[in-house]
Each structure stands twice: as structure tokens, then as C-alpha cells.
Design a protein around this ligand. Structure first.
Ligand code: SF4
Length: 183
């Protein structure tokens, strides 16, 4: 699995404390994308599924947010990772996935559809700079659609924060990281 970046504990990329995994590589290339350095298939770090599961366990934050880059472009590695991860944590983890593919495109592709079924919440659709985000926290543009895949996720929908944004500055050994800003 090829990852561009990891935040082992962030409060800015979804509800609660999460491990954020940014995937390397995206074929969609939306205008105004805030992570164009993650478009190329080159770069990033290759992670073995067992190693990333072990590292997440060691860091102690088993709720995930998957973003990118485009997680659903890694059609072999991502489902394998999610199945392995779910085996370890079952429903005690909570997994959110942000994809630039529309929900219709995902439904037409059996692997993408099965991959989304392993998550709790899926936010689908390309970033559109001309479609403001309607004040939904974490969502980049108003065309993007939200899909609750589990009862827990459906329970969360009425509590989705509106009119509220947050961002997080983290000082790391490589510099300063800014997380959570949707545009
Ligand atoms: S899908 Fe995401 S990473 Fe890919 S171009 Fe669009 S906004 Fe950027």
C-alpha cells in the first residue's frame, strides 16, 4: 500500500481522534486540489499491510480516516488492508473514507463498492472549487455526497458539525504539518 503521509493521532480530519492515512497517487486531478503532490504514482512510502496494522496498534489510535491522493485507486492493497484491519478490531474501530470518485462511479465498480462496504462512512465525489462546501465540516465542496455504511455512521449523521471548521498545526521532525483545512 503506497502512502504519501500519516498522522498517527489527529483531531482535525474527522470526528474524534483518528489515524489519518493519505494515499499516494490520484488519477482524478481535480482543479484546485490541495494535495497535487499526491497525484503521481511515484514517491510516497510502500507499506506492507501487516506492518501498517502493527504500527497503528503500537500508536494506539484504531479509528481511521483514509484520504489522499485517491485511496480507491489502490484497488488491490486497500481492500486487503481493510479486511485485515477489521479482523483485528471488528466494529471497535471506525473508518471514514474520502474518495474523489462519485457514488455512481463507485457503485458501478465491484471492487470499489466492496471496499466502501468495509468502511463506516464514505464521502464521495471530486473536489469542485466552484462548489462551496455548504458549511459541512471536513467536506471540500457541496457536490460531494455522504454515505453512512453502518448503523453507527447513520447515528452520527444528525450530529455532523455545521458552520464549524478546525485545523491542526503539528510540529514534526520534518517541519510543520497543517491538517484539517478542507480547501
Ligand atoms: S480526488 Fe482528491 S487528491 Fe485527487 S485530485 Fe481530487 S481533490 Fe485531489
Amino acid at each position: 500500500m503506497k502512502l504519501a503521509d500519516i498522522a498517527w493521532k489527529t483531531l482535525a480530519e474527522g470526528p474524534g481522534e483518528r489515524t489519518a492515512l493519505w494515499f499516494q497517487g490520484c488519477r482524478l486531478r481535480c482543479g484546485g486540489c490541495c494535495n497535487p503532490q499526491m497525484w503521481t504514482q511515484e514517491g510516497g512510502t510502500e507499506w506492507d499491510v501487516e506492518d501498517i496494522c502493527a504500527q497503528i496498534k503500537k500508536q494506539g489510535c484504531p479509528s481511521l480516516v483514509l484520504l489522499g491522493g485517491e485511496p480507491l485507486d489502490q484497488t488491490l492493497e486497500l481492500p486487503t488492508f481493510l479486511k485485515t484491519f477489521r479482523k483485528q478490531y471488528g466494529t471497535s474501530s471506525n473508518i471514514w473514507l474520502f474518495s474523489g470518485y462519485t457514488w455512481e462511479e463507485i457503485q458501478k465498480d465491484p471492487i470499489k463498492k466492496q471496499t466502501c462496504a468495509l468502511c463506516d462512512m464514505v464521502i464521495a465525489g471530486p473536489y469542485q472549487a466552484k462548489a462551496p462546501p455548504e458549511f459541512r465540516k471536513w467536506i471540500g465542496s457541496s457536490n460531494q455526497t455522504v454515505h453512512a455504511m453502518t448503523p453507527d455512521a447513520r447515528d452520527y449523521l444528525p450530529r455532523w458539525p455545521q458552520n464549524e471548521y478546525s485545523f491542526e498545526l503539528t510540529v514534526t521532525e520534518n517541519g510543520i504539518a497543517l491538517n484539517g483545512w478542507p480547501i
